[in-house]
Design a protein around this ligand. Structure first.
Ligand code: CAA
Length: 241
């Protein structure tokens, strides 16, 4: 029987590409989403991937969501913590809610979603947790003190939990995408993107969501069992961690 993979934020952007790639690799995929029901249903209709709505910033919703998926599809053996948001603002203009919203989804979401499936992975002596961090968690980014802090936290989470999972056959890794051509990046002011960001990418272009999805498929595979606690940078040469 093929493995079950849960992808948070799995119906749009990088997450949609991850869900599709994992399905293509033979996993039974469940895609979580928090927002637009219509878009999520359209994604499900096109891909045949079932979608499940809850907010990763809420622990009880994550626990209930994980239980629903385990009942519908079976134990979650691959968890991709992909859901993430931006609330960009210069620090002197940043509000407490812009800080809290980002930290609650991007960092607390990893605790909320991983904790409910962790005991099962330990019991079965197998698991793959892949956390989608960011280049901006590695290097910091002006206008993103909240996001950079949350994504750096994801890397610390990954390194610590990897040590706990290693003896139980569970790997925990982070991927740090650079600037990928998704709605999130397209929301950056056009002038900033064209004049400040793309010129800093040595390959001279934004990344494709599928380029991140292929990294996930590899880290989820049995072939990647010796890789844990690592940070895989996929950023077109913009930053060497
Ligand atoms: N890199 C370099 N310079 C930047 C920059 C960036 N990413 N973002 C802003 N700046 C510069 C602007 O060009 C501007 O410079 P000038 O005054 O010389 O023109 C200065 O900073 C102030 O910027 P704004 O005039 O835009 O100021 P604002 O207060 O209106 O807006 C902002 C500030 C909200 C931070 C806006 O500039 C912005 O959204 N910047 C993009 C921030 C960014 O890089 N976000 C990444 C989103 S993608 C993502 O997060 C995915 C991922 O993981 C990589």
């Amino acid at each position: 029987m093929s493995r079950v993979a849960l992808v948070t934020g799995g119906t749009r952007g990088i997450g949609a590409a991850i869900s599709i790639a994992l399905k293509g690799a033979g996993y039974r995929v469940a895609a979580n989403y928090a927002g637009n029901e219509e878009k999520a249903q359209a994604f499900s209709d096109v891909t045949g991937i079932p979608v499940f709505k809850w907010d990763v910033s809420d622990y009880a919703s994550c626990a209930a969501g994980a239980a629903t998926i385990e009942e519908a599809l079976g134990p979650v053996e691959v968890l991709v913590n992909n859901a993430g948001i931006t609330r960009d603002a210069m620090f002197h203009k940043m509000t407490p809610s812009q800080w809290n919203e980002v930290v609650n989804v991007n960092l607390n979401g990893l605790f909320n979603m991983t904790h409910p499936v962790w005991s099962g992975m330990r019991d079965r002596n197998f698991g793959r947790v892949v956390n989608i961090s960011s280049i901006n968690g590695q290097k910091g980014q002006m206008g993103q003190v909240n996001y950079s802090a949350s994504k750096a936290g994801d890397i610390g989470f990954t390194k610590a939990l990897a040590q706990e999972g290693a003896a139980k056959g569970i790997t925990v890794n982070a991927i740090c995408p650079g600037y990928i051509g998704t709605e999130m990046v397209r929301a950056v002011p056009e002038k900033v993107l064209a004049e400040r960001i793309i010129p800093q990418i040595p390959v001279g272009r934004l990344g494709e969501p599928e380029e991140i999805a292929r990294c996930v498929v590899f880290l989820a595979s049995d072939d990647a069992g010796f890789i844990t606690g690592s940070t895989l940078s996929a950023n077109g040469g913009q930053f060497f961690a």
